[in-house]
Design a protein around this ligand. Structure first.
Ligand code: PGA
Ligand code: ZN
Length: 456
């Protein structure tokens, strides 16, 4: 049992200079910790709701004073001097207190900040590293949703819905890096349709992987100066964002930069893309190139790109509501050993994930804790995806803070990949630096990727 003696929050600013929530907690034992939450820009329709003030005179309406007041008021009143057995109990108190299907009353930003601060203080109280603590959490209890309804998972989860999970603890490995080289879409003013072109270093360590990515990044900066006659501008996640005339050209530029850095595509580095296609899906068509594409044409275009450029993972190739076409996408990508990764499509939402498992509509989950709003529900999403044999990418958001808990989460939950953004901004580097620290301490290797010939 853990007794919470103090709980408070403040409004801080994220990497885009927008307000977000930082919560601080103190236990009776004296253990204390803080945690800050991130915020997305290309958000899924099924995401839990960040509570924003809506006062246009302050931060364009994006202030978080209401969310902060909810932590300092209603949430603190409910939790202070309460004996809390574990994380899932805490999270269920928060879910019930909020009482909405999508955390819109108290705010997912308020709730998640408390959820993570609690986990961090608990790790401190137990004398454990945060990733060790996270790994015990994933082995606790799993929620298996009884319906596959996309809206059901953020609705209130009754403790009786929980079953004990009995599989062995996750293998001690580190996640494989997937790092933005080029950015487009919402994160870069829409100069090119796709949102992220990522490098996937095939290195055995985080340390080597980061150095490989830095080499390619520097060679891409030179390429941009030469081809686009400009200083390299960076997008929200630190990816380079010159005015690529097309997605094809962006891919070709990546391959060229890689070659100029002395690497062979598919040997030291592979590529991944986040298409974030919901952002350019309108009236049943994908506005990628001209004329706009049907779902079938979109799938063919993606498969062609994947084959040409050693792409090993494609995120949100189809729109979040285009359910009917995801199974065909997955079948075609699977045939060429490419992961069908769902971000906005799945929204870290166990109901949507179960539906996608049943429909064979994806085989990899992009896990963003703030899409669902508590650690317990995110752990359920992770467990559900893994139990279906999917791979899991733990992901940051485009608006991040200097907090580094995400690195511990990716390690503790044995994520296959981590996606944090580029290697040039402190809010991203905080996570990479934490991974380096964990790597030094544990000496664990980076997880294999049998589908692309790395490890078992
Ligand atoms: P977001 O983007 O944080 O703006 O949603 C990240 C992603 O789409 O992967
Ligand atoms: Zn995405």
């Amino acid at each position: 049992m853990t007794r919470i003696d103090q709980l408070s929050a403040i409004e801080i600013l994220d990497s885009r200079g927008r307000p977000t929530v930082k919560a601080s907690i103190k236990f009776k034992s004296g253990a204390r910790a803080s945690a800050s939450v991130p915020s997305g820009a290309s958000t899924g329709a099924a995401e839990a709701i960040e509570l924003r003030d809506g006062d246009s005179n302050r931060y364009g309406g994006l202030g978080c004073r209401k969310a902060v007041a909810n932590v300092n008021g209603e949430i603190a009143r409910r939790l202070i001097f309460c004996e809390i057995p574990d994380q899932s109990s805490l999270d269920h108190i928060l879910i019930e207190l909020d009482g909405t299907p999508n955390k819109s009353r108290l705010g997912a930003n308020a709730i998640l900040a408390v959820s993570i601060a609690f986990a961090r203080a608990k790790a401190i109280e137990d004398g454990a590293e945060l990733h060790e603590h996270f790994s015990t959490m994933i082995g606790e209890r799993a929620y298996i949703p009884s319906t596959a309804s996309p809206a059901s998972a953020t609705s209130s989860i009754h403790p009786s819905s929980f079953i004990l999970h009995s599989s062995p603890p996750p293998a001690p490995t580190l996640p494989r890096l997937t790092i933005n080289l080029f950015s487009g879409g919402r994160h870069a003013g829409g100069q090119v349709e796709f949102q992220d072109l990522l490098l996937v270093p095939l290195s055995a360590t985080i340390d080597e992987g980061l150095a490989v990515v830095d080499n390619v990044y520097r060679s891409a900066e030179k390429l941009i100066a030469r081809k686009y006659n400009m200083r390299s501008l960076k997008a929200d996640e630190g990816g380079l964002a010159p005015p690529f005339p097309s997605v094809q050209r962006m891919m070709e530029d990546a391959a060229e930069a890689l070659g100029e850095a002395g690497y062979v595509l598919g040997r030291e580095v592979a590529l991944a893309v986040d298409v974030a296609s919901s952002q350019f899906y309108r009236d049943g068509l994908y506005h990628w190139g001209s004329p706009a594409k049907t779902s079938a044409e979109m799938i063919d275009g993606i498969v062609e790109l994947a084959g040409r450029f050693h792409i090993v993972s494609v995120e949100d190739a189809l729109a979040e509501e285009d359910w009917a076409n995801w199974p065909a996408l997955r079948a075609k990508l699977k045939a060429i050993n490419v992961l069908t990764l769902g971000d906005d499509f799945l929204c870290t939402n166990p109901g949507r994930i179960q539906r996608a498992i049943d429909a064979q509509a994806a085989d990899a989950l992009l896990l963003k804790v703030n899409q669902i709003g508590t650690l317990t529900q995110a752990a359920q999403a992770c467990r559900l995806a893994k139990s279906a044999g999917w791979r899991v990418t733990v992901s940051a958001r485009s608006g991040e803070t200097e907090d580094d808990w995400l690195a511990d989460l990716a390690v503790g939950w044995s994520a296959d990949q981590i996606k944090v953004g580029s290697v040039r901004q402190s809010e991203r580097l905080a996570k990479y630096n934490r991974l380096l620290e964990i790597e030094k301490e544990t000496r664990w290797g980076v997880v294999g990727w049998p589908g692309i010939g790395i490890g078992q």
